[in-house]
Each structure stands twice: as structure tokens, then as C-alpha cells.
Design a protein. Structure first.
Length: 133
């Protein structure tokens, strides 16, 4: 949801691929095959979906309220800033130097936050983060 009137009408005009609810494996395949994950939020204690995208190798565009590593952080109230952040994140997602170590960065972040997060990824996603380090 957004606090900008008419924003949804503009978003509907953008060329996007929309998905309904997906089971875990198809969901992970969609996230892993995406170039950019938009996870701009006004407030978060931990953005599970942004961390999950990073662990699957997809960069997220986030706001400063989302405490996960990202290439760019934007103002969630500024559509131009979000658009520019999406453009930059999209461009950087093709840079092997930026993308190759994403999973390691996310692993280090999860370890820093709490090893219980690592266990959550192992049990929920079947991803053994400790094997990535």
C-alpha cells in the first residue's frame, strides 16, 4: 500500500510480471531468476523477504528502514528516488563484481544479526547458509 494517491494506477501501466500466491519452490525460482527485488518500506525490524532474495542471489532495493545489505537505499516517500534506485540496482545487478559475493554478504549479515536467522533459512528454505561461508 502507498500513501501517494494515484500511484497504483501508474504502477499498473508499467511492464511487469505479476504472480499470484506461489508454493515455496516456484516462489524461490521466481525470486532467484529476478534481477531486482523492490523492498522499499517505511519501517521494518527485519525484512525477511529482502534477506531471502539476497540469499537466492537477487539484489534488493530497500529504504533506510530495511536493515539488510543493499546496493542502494531510497526514500520510501519519493517515487523519483525509488525509480532512480531501481534503475541503478538493475544496472548494477549485471556487474559480476557486485553480484558474485551477494550470498556471502547476506550470510555475514545473517550471522551478525543472529544465528537463529541462519537456522530459519535452513529449516524454511532448505538453504544451508553455514555451507556457503
Amino acid at each position: 500500500h502507498t500513501n501517494i494517491e494515484g500511484y497504483m494506477g501508474q504502477l499498473e501501466k508499467l511492464p511487469t510480471v505479476r504472480h499470484g500466491w506461489l508454493e515455496l519452490e516456484p516462489y524461490q525460482m521466481v525470486i532467484a531468476s529476478s534481477r531486482v527485488n523492490m523492498a522499499v518500506s517505511w519501517t521494518e525490524t527485519f525484512h525477511y523477504q529482502a534477506a531471502e532474495a539476497g540469499l537466492l542471489g537477487t539484489h534488493s532495493l530497500t529504504s533506510h528502514a530495511v536493515p539488510v545489505p543493499s546496493l542502494y537505499k531510497v526514500d520510501p516517500n519519493d517515487p523519483r528516488d525509488i525509480a532512480e534506485g531501481l534503475r541503478k540496482t538493475w544496472s548494477e545487478s549485471f556487474n559480476p563484481g557486485r553480484s558474485d559475493n551477494l550470498m556471502k554478504v547476506m550470510y555475514d549479515f545473517c550471522e551478525f544479526c543472529n544465528l537463529s536467522v541462519v537456522e530459519t533459512f535452513r529449516t524454511s528454505l532448505g538453504i544451508d547458509l553455514l555451507g556457503l561461508g
